[in-house]
Design a protein around this ligand. Structure first.
Ligand SMILES: [Zn+2]
Length: 412
């Protein structure tokens, strides 16, 4: 009997992601939910640790519950980080985050199989809290590693009333240790492979793409106050309808973003009192603006604020705009982008570059070291959804690009 051909790195990475779809690696029997510091998270880390150790890596868990597997190099003092996140949103997909971790693990397994050591160490990272789906503070692991974690874990509470500090203690970790940044000097690059979570690579007919940077993002919370009144007795010219003003504001966001070639979204809106026979007195809504460069985003925000002030004045509506978050754009390292381009071209593919509209751990780690990202095509651009899908051939191509990239880093 001939042996079956060995599984490719891509197939192995996908099968590990698929294994992690269900208990004990998911909190739910028929859906994938793996939130920070849950039993499902713990089970995933135990499995990862086993694979890492089998590949000859020294494994540790840092104070932010990031699992780190270290594969030593031939020379001391220089470390390449490869990783992504192992947590998920509720009812999420199997590959968002996890695929990047499994690909990092897979390329180290391949090096170990070849008995090959590079002139730098590789650490494979599995961050535990990128999504923020439990404590509503995202990127805890990467912000801790970068030394920019400002939040006090005692002040963050999940929906069951458990603080992050208590959950960390349940993991055998000391919450106080989070306050002291690791201040690493040995890291020369962080590489994050990640599914694209958008439709661009599929439209281009390409398995992988080089990320140029992560979009600048501004989130606003807007509150409009008009006057609630009887829907039958208040003539149209005498109304101060907060929802009608909000409707105009939503279309304003859409118009500004489209004209500027950036993205603008109103994703949440509440109406008070929310009754069919009452003119809406109050309305609250979110605004999310993202652009590759901060200038375009800031121009759009200023335009929105001016337009909102104008329409509210015209309609007799009081308005309040609160800044929720303003994140700087993250630019990926130019030299690493060039090496990725060479690796991709060397494998016979067009080295296509694209910006990321979604936030990633790379964004936080940019405060520590240069960062690079490799996007992998996902079917129809769908993510944060059980329908998330990646082909084994595409995952294999990503692994090949990464191995070739490591060789280029070695020779540089
Ligand atoms: Zn992700």
């Amino acid at each position: 009997m001939p042996d079956a051909p060995p599984a490719s790195l891509g197939e192995i990475a996908l099968s590990r992601c698929d294994l992690f779809k269900r208990p004990p690696y998911s909190e739910e029997p028929r859906a994938l939910t793996r939130r920070f510091l849950t039993q499902a998270h713990r089970a995933a880390l135990a499995a990862l640790q086993g694979w890492m150790e089998a590949a000859g890596m020294a494994v540790r868990l840092d104070p932010a519950a990031t699992l780190i597997g270290r594969y030593e190099g031939t020379q001391p003092g220089r470390t390449l980080l490869i990783g992504s996140h192992i947590d998920s949103v509720r009812d999420g997909g199997a590959y968002d985050g996890a695929l990047g971790v499994m690909l990092g693990l897979g390329v180290v397994e391949e090096l170990a199989r070849q008995g090959r050591r590079l002139p730098f160490a590789i650490e494979v990272l599995a961050f535990g809290d990128e999504e923020g789906s439990r404590f509503h503070a995202s990127m805890t692991g990467s912000r801790y590693l970068a030394g920019t974690l400002a939040a006090d874990p005692a002040g963050l509470v999940d929906e069951a009333g458990v603080t992050m500090a208590a959950a960390l203690r349940g993991f055998g970790l000391d919450p106080a240790a989070l306050q002291a940044a690791p201040a690493r000097k040995d890291v020369f690059l962080y590489l994050e492979p990640h599914i694209e979570q958008g439709p661009v690579l599929e439209a281009e007919g390409l398995p992988v793409g080089i990320v140029t940077g992560i979009a600048a993002q501004t989130r606003l919370a807007v509150r409009l106050a008009g006057m609630a009144n009887h829907a039958g007795t208040t003539p149209m010219p005498l109304r101060r309808d907060a929802l009608a003003a909000a409707a105009e504001a939503v279309l304003l966001v859409e118009r500004i973003a489209a004209a500027a070639g950036i993205t603008g979204t109103v994703g949440a809106l509440t109406v008070e009192p929310g009754m069919g026979n009452v003119i809406p007195g109050h309305c609250q809504f979110s605004v999310d603006l993202r652009a590759p460069l901060a200038e375009a985003r800031d121009r759009a925000e200023a335009e929105f604020r001016a337009g909102l002030a104008e329409l509210c004045a015209r309609r007799g509506i009081a308005q309040e705009v609160r800044l929720v978050q303003r994140l700087a754009p993250c630019l990926c390292d130019a030299a690493a982008q060039s090496l990725l381009a060479e690796a991709i071209a060397g494998l016979g593919l067009h080295p296509f570059r694209l910006a990321s509209g979604a936030g990633h751990d790379a964004m936080s780690l940019a405060a520590l070291c240069p960062v690079a990202m490799l996007f992998i095509r996902c079917r129809a651009g769908v993510s944060h959804n059980p329908a998330e899908s990646v082909s084994a051939a595409d995952a294999e191509m990503a692994a090949r690009v990464m191995l070739d990239f490591l060789g280029r880093l070695e020779r540089r």
